[in-house]
Design a protein around this ligand. Structure first.
Ligand SMILES: [Zn+2]
Length: 423
């Protein structure tokens, strides 16, 4: 069975499998094999550690001498560390295990949500080391959000020691909607609060003089779940972030799937009612129009005849859990529409896992159970029995995932990046 290492590009491991012939190739090729093997070992330690050298060799298919040599480099570079002893399958032998040193490098994550900007320093284990949040009552304007994010990051940096600052490897930015990861520019409609065509990367990259990466924050959330949360070891899963809108992160074959124009995963605009109201996207009866938090609250208000004034989603979920019949009826409709969207996703992608994140998902089993029941009624057995529907697990997923955009680049070539740590 293929080990689920939680991130892609073990595809190259075929070349790395103790391919002695590779060593006789030209120097450049030798270098690239070396880099790939280093990356492979580092990622294996990250995903499987604590792990003994002998098990690393077995898991990666590299020969023990190669593993030993690379491990020495990783130890000398401070990227991995030895951690006590662990029982081995071989009687009597208790080899030293290896794990990554989480504090060896840091990445900065910036999550530009509609009403809040979060900036965090994240270590190699996905732990948030420092964090700042700036909330606003109304959606952030893009042209104001970026300078604010820049100031927040500078404030974060001022809280780090010189050694920690030297261990920074890059910055990742999560955007509140569609973004071109190639140009770094925002693809949102022109009307969207001064975000259209904004270059999300340049300002922070220039300010910090660190490599910067960008993606939309449904993708960064999915990346965080893949590396550090409920998606670890799962090659095919779909994350639906249901808050003000519906964000969709697709992980296919162990990596984010972005589509031809970085616009894949707009599941919020799957039609779940052909005769439904017209959506701003042009489609009718979009999923988002039935399950996004403002729509759920509007449905609750309407069901109550507009008598109770405004309720928050927290209050609504609390009423649902306490068995309030009217709230239960409204959420049953939400679950039915959500299930219809999920059914289309399952029939299209055959995923192992559907994760629900953000505000609506905090309803937990009160929402998940009726969604699962409805999906079971609509999907044929071979498919439905192979998919699990769960709540996402990382509350800080968007900002951790933003930082992971930078971490994943580092993991492609550990030891080959500039660093202030001793080699
Ligand atoms: Zn739509």
């Amino acid at each position: 069975m293929r080990p689920g290492w939680g991130y892609a590009d073990t595809k190259g491991s075929g070349d790395a499998k103790g391919n002695g012939g590779a060593n006789s190739y030209a120097g450049a090729n030798h270098q690239s094999v070396k880099h790939r093997n280093r990356a492979l070992i580092f990622r294996a330690i990250h995903a499987l550690g604590p792990i003994a050298r002998v098990d690393l060799a077995q898991q990666t298919g590299l020969n023990p001498a190669t593993v030993s040599h690379i491990v020495e480099d990783l130890l000398a570079g401070g990227l991995a560390r030895e951690t006590g002893y662990r029982s081995s399958s071989r009687a009597g032998r208790r080899p030293v295990s290896l794990e990554i040193n989480p504090a060896a490098r840091y990445a900065i994550g910036v999550d530009l949500a509609r009403n809040a900007i979060t900036a965090a320093v994240v270590d190699l284990s996905g732990r948030v080391r420092e964090r700042l949040v700036e909330s606003a009552d109304s959606p952030w304007r893009g042209d104001l959000a970026l300078p604010t994010a820049g100031r927040m990051v500078e404030e974060l940096l001022s809280q780090l020691t010189a050694a920690e600052r030297a261990a920074l490897i890059g910055i990742g930015i999560g955007a509140p909607g569609p973004v071109s990861i190639r140009s770094g520019r925002y693809l949102a409609p022109r009307s969207f609060h001064a975000w259209y065509d904004l270059d999300l990367v340049k300002d922070l990259q220039d300010r910090l003089r660190l490599p910067a990466y960008v993606d939309n924050n449904a993708n960064t959330s999915a990346l965080a779940e893949l590396w550090f949360g409920a998606g670890q070891g799962t090659d095919n899963f779909v994350l639906l972030n249901i808050g003000t809108g519906v964000g969709t992160g697709l992980v296919l074959d162990g990596d984010l799937y972005r589509g031809n124009h970085d616009l894949a995963g707009e599941a919020g605009h799957l039609s779940v009612n052909l005769d439904g109201p017209r959506c701003r996207c042009g489609n009718s009866g979009c999923l988002e129009m039935y399950v996004a938090v403002p729509r759920v609250l509007a449905a609750l208000r309407a069901a109550r005849g507009g008598l109770d004034g405004d309720v928050t989603i927290e209050q609504a979920i609390s009423a649902l859990r306490q068995g309030d019949p009217l709230t239960h009826r409204v959420f049953a409709e939400v679950a039915r529409h959500l299930a219809a969207g999920i059914v289309t996703i399952i029939y299209t992608l055959d995923p192992q896992l559907i994760l629900l994140g953000r505000e609506l998902s905090t309803a937990g089993e009160a929402l998940l159970a009726p969604v699962r029941a409805e999906v079971r009624r609509r999907v044929f057995p071979a498919l439905r029995d192979a998919v699990t529907i769960e709540q996402a697990t990382l509350p800080d997923a968007p900002v951790i995932g933003a930082a992971t955009l930078a971490l994943r680049e580092f993991f492609q070539a550990p030891l080959d990046q500039p660093t202030a740590l001793p080699h």
